[in-house]
Design a protein around this ligand. Structure first.
Ligand code: AMP
Ligand code: MG
Length: 354
């Protein structure tokens, strides 16, 4: 384990280092899905891969956005109990979301939407809702009432929600998009590339010189710095953290990851959760979708439940957890890939309980 290195690397820094190599990459930066997205790819098909990736992100955003009135998600939300026809991508993503909700006992739940809105995170007009408002909204949060089915009349996939419900795919859509970009890279035979969709990183292959990509894990308490660096090849690394979106009122900070049980920003003792998994070939929701859903869910669950889930939840991934009492917990599957920064104590968590 390499310790206490000076860590000034980030995804962006990794990109510029890679750019010093012999090959010149194709690069793009866009703003979509409410976040900055960076793309880098090497090789002959690199530019057309990035063009296709950008088009795919735009297409997904127009289906999945909750703030674009004509998106499929907005149409589902506008009339929750009606059968709303959705495209295969939306149906696929809703089915994956349901699986991760069930797997995490509802810590991940896309029907959190009315509560997220009550806190003003959808419109950026933030407020602390009255307890009476939350008491009315929390019972609406129940992923089991989301039904995705294929209509007998051949109209394709349809969705219904429970009365008063609405859905918010902000906790999973970028991961799903990263899986799509991974598929696009594969179709264009890209052997080396990297994307960062907000906190969702996918590294394709290794860097052109054969070394691992270096992915920074941001320091939640000093977001200009890094709490550590992961050396990764062919992998997804997705971070959820309260520091990524929040507001302050009367000296208290309120962040955007909501505990479905209380309707309040989760206070689980975690400052951030990074979920890391190998990229798996194939189309449809894959490791990127899994990492995104789980990073949100495990943030809600807190360190102890997150590690239980890592051991017994039946999903294949590793974790970097940063706690509010100054610890970094790294699961043993990636301990040799993690270089620690300064300011935190450090523990490797073994799969087999001690
Ligand atoms: P992430 O950054 O992937 O953790 O996603 C956070 C976003 O997911 C929030 O901004 C909300 O839009 C949504 N969200 C908040 N809490 C939850 C939750 N418990 N389950 C699912 N989505 C959530
Ligand atoms: Mg997420």
């Amino acid at each position: 384990m390499k310790r206490f290195l000076c860590l000034l690397l980030s995804a962006a820094a990794a990109l510029s280092l890679a750019a010093c190599g012999a090959q010149k990459p194709a690069e793009a930066e866009i703003y979509a899905m409410d976040t900055v997205m960076d793309f880098t790819a090497y090789g002959d098909g690199a530019q057309s891969a990035l063009d296709d990736a950008e088009a795919e992100i735009a297409a997904l955003e127009s289906l999945l956005s909750r703030t674009k009135e004509d998106s499929e998600v907005s149409r589902v939300n506008a009339d929750p109990t009606a059968q709303t026809a959705v495209s295969p991508s939306v149906a696929q993503l809703l089915r994956a979301a349901a699986d991760y909700s069930a797997a995490t006992g509802g810590a991940f739940d896309i029907t959190i939407a009315p509560v997220v809105s009550a806190w003003g995170f959808t419109t950026d007009t933030h407020q602390v809702p009255a307890q009476s408002a939350l008491d009315a909204l929390v019972p609406l949060v129940d992923y089991r009432q989301v039904r995705v089915f294929n209509r007998a009349d051949g109209a394709g996939d349809c969705v219904t929600l429970g009365a008063g419900q609405s859905i918010d795919l902000g906790g999973i859509a970028k991961g799903f998009a990263s899986d799509r970009v991974a598929d696009i890279f594969a179709r264009h035979d890209i052997k080396s590339g990297m994307i960062s969709l907000g906190g969702n990183v996918y590294v394709c292959g290794a860097k052109p010189d054969g070394s691992d990509w270096r992915v920074g894990v941001r320091d939640p308490q000093n977001t200009d710095g890094y709490a550590g660096v992961l050396d990764l090849t062919d992998a997804f690394a997705v971070t959820s953290g309260g520091y990524q979106r929040y507001f302050e009122e009367n000296g208290k900070r309120y962040h955007h990851i909501i505990d479905p049980a209380t309707g309040y920003p989760a206070e689980s003792g975690l400052l951030s959760v990074t979920v890391v998994a190998d990229a798996q070939p194939g189309d449809g929701p894959g490791s990127g979708t899994m990492c995104d859903a789980l990073s949100t869910a495990l943030f809600v669950m807190g360190a102890e439940r997150a590690l239980d889930f890592w051991r017994t939840g039946g999903c294949d991934f590793d974790l970097v957890l940063i706690t509010d009492d100054g610890r970094i917990l790294v699961t043993d599957g990636i301990a040799d890939r993690f270089t620690q920064g300064e300011g935190y104590s450090y523990e490797v968590i073994a799969k087999a309980a001690a």
